[in-house]
Design a protein around this ligand. Sequence first.
Ligand code: URA
Length: 248
Amino acid sequence: MSTKAAAGRKLKTLERVLSKAGIGSRTEARHWISEGRVKLNGRLIRDPDHWVDMDRDKVTFDGKPVRPGAKVYLLLFKPKGYLTTYKDPDKRPTVYDLTKDRKEFLVPVGRLDLDTSGLLLMTNDTQFAERLTNPSYHVPKTYLVKAATLLSEDQLRRLRTGLDLDDGPTRPAHVVRVRDAGRHTFLELTITEGRNRQVRRMLEAIDSRVLKLVRTAIGPIEIAGLETGKYRMLNSSEVEQLLQSARA
Ligand code: URA
């Protein structure tokens, strides 16, 4: 079938359906399809270029619907030591171990490092995930940071005004000194970007180090009240509030 015909009938290749759903890259999708983990209307399909009718066909990956009707949004308290990826070659625990009972295929909204705990959103709404992670929407993310040292007012000022990291300057951040305890400063830091290991690199740029990092909020949604390793569903008003924070 030509691509033009495919466009008219809302057809996509199987590989594209999987990668679009945020499950993995196109290369990974091709690999998984050829491994026999993908079914189309209950039938195993090993051809990544097989056409899928987006209005009629049902695709499952590892038995879970890839494009289910209802959109699902959940908030997980990711513990330290869990990866935000789907599968780890070294078999370390992942956030999917904590959401096993969900029958939809969910994607994490952004990433948290292995050693970071706290608020992680997961959804099957890829547009929502894209919007919340797109840096041009400036969604605020708040972290509680335990620094390896006591921090001076000047160091906090540098965090606030912006620092030069190797991938460019950081945007101004909101920084509150929560307390100084012994040889450590505890900070609340709110940033509107989500660059790789950004908070850790920001602390290193002011000659300190992160000892503990917990994401406590995304926009107006907070982790408070949830136990580590547990999740809860977001209600429609919370989803709307998150989208509003991405419009700001
Ligand atoms: N910044 C980091 O350094 N790590 C995270 O996991 C999140 C933000």
